[in-house]
Design a protein around this ligand. Structure first.
Ligand code: MG
Length: 380
């Protein structure tokens, strides 16, 4: 059996670490040939010793120099161009795109252009430039497989179905740690409280996005591009148990749902082995132990980020890139305790209101909009 050759962009982040755990469990079906990270040199060193990639990249040049001193027999690339070289590595069958935020866009797009199948965890790439990425994927005949649990669920619900038979997509959201908090309590929540997610273990950025519901807003836009379904046919329901990972309703009223334990290794494995299914050493869902499955409408008064994401998505063009960039700045300021939790949506709304979106933007117009929003956000 020929091994599937894997490249992981963002190997030291939460998705990267879990992808390597899955690969380890699946044994010799996979070969890791490239790894890229920002600057976590010690973890990358351990990953190199265990998985023996041919090429690695560190975006941070100083860290890359240090790593070169530790390994004489592998290529250590650096900077954005090093990242792109790993993303387009000759021989790679699958590129795991798991860089957090806007920096994931260009390497993801370059992987697609190089005809690599992409397993996408970096939803921001589709939020910013969904039309461009998907157009390129169609042109090159490249499959983009979601790693996001909700989108993996939808992909599986749609597997045997026709696009024209879909009436709507229902994305589930756990609701995050503040689901039951009052509006006044929300004003004083701290980064520590926001980072305590009740069901999913994830990186910092996506955990804060889950607390504001922006994560779900970004996922609505991601689903719109991945599955070609209009924004207003994508609905969000709060489902705190995080057992139903998403649902698809068809024209006859049938709803297909995907259930499973909330463990990122499940959607990661599906993206790795797609269209095959392999046995996984994960905890099984015991239906008789589930106390109940509840669903409710999201409260967009308490969590305005979700509404803002829908608004930006309906405007389209460069508006979602501005939403995303402002959110990234707002989240980093919140994590540094420079702004309060409820200032995250306020900042996004302000910047969006000051922005004149461009229709059918080019990539450079999208990157310009992203840069403009970051500066404008800091002026708020
Ligand atoms: Mg998700």
């Amino acid at each position: 059996m020929t091994k599937k050759k894997i490249v992981i962009l963002g190997s030291t982040g939460s998705i990267g670490i879990n992808t390597l755990r899955v690969i380890e469990c699946l044994g010799d079906r996979f070969q890791v040939i490239g790894l890229a990270a920002r600057k976590n040199i010690n973890l990358l060193e351990r990953q190199i010793k265990k998985f023996h990639p041919k090429v690695v990249a560190l975006v941070d040049r100083k860290s890359a120099r240090e790593l070169r001193g530790r390994f004489k027999n592998i290529r250590v690339l650096s900077g954005r161009e090093g990242l792109i070289e790993v993303a387009t590595l000759a021989g790679a069958d699958l590129v795991i795109s798991a860089i957090v935020g806007a920096p994931g866009l260009i390497p993801t797009l370059e992987a697609v252009k190089a005809k690599k199948r992409v397993a996408l965890a970096n939803k921001e790439a589709l939020v910013m430039a969904g039309e461009i990425v998907m157009r390129e994927a169609h042109k090159k005949g490249v499959k983009i497989l979601p790693i996001d649990s909700e989108h993996s669920a939808i992909l599986q619900c749609l597997k045997a179905e026709k696009e024209k038979d879909v009436s709507r997509i229902i994305l589930t959201a756990s609701g995050g740690p503040f689901l039951k908090f009052s509006s006044s309590r929300l004003k004083s929540v701290t980064p520590q409280e926001a980072l305590r997610h009740p069901t999913w273990e994830m990186g910092k950025k996506v955990t804060i996005d889950s607390a504001t519901l922006m994560n779900k807003g970004l996922e609505v836009i991601e689903a719109h591009h991945l599955f070609g379904v209009d924004i207003d046919r994508i609905e969000v329901v709060i489902h705190p148990q995080a057992i139903v990972h998403s649902l698809v309703e068809f024209v006859d009223g049938t709803i297909l749902a995907h259930l499973g334990t909330p463990d990122m290794r499940l959607p990661i494995q599906y993206a790795l082995t797609y269209p095959e299914r392999l046995s996984a050493p994960l905890e099984r869902l015991d239906l008789t132990k589930i106390k109940g499955l509840t669903f409710q409408k999201p409260d967009t008064r308490k969590f305005p980020c979700l509404k803002l994401a829908y608004e930006a998505a309906r405007i389209g063009g460069t508006a979602p890139a501005v939403l995303n960039a402002t959110n990234e700045i707002a989240v980093s300021l919140f994590l540094k305790r420079k702004i309060k939790f409820m200032e995250i949506p306020r900042m996004i709304e302000k910047v969006l209101n000051r922005y004149k979106p461009i229709k059918n933007p080019t990539l450079s117009e999208i990157l310009k909009a992203d840069a403009w929003a970051r500066e404008e956000a800091l002026r708020c």
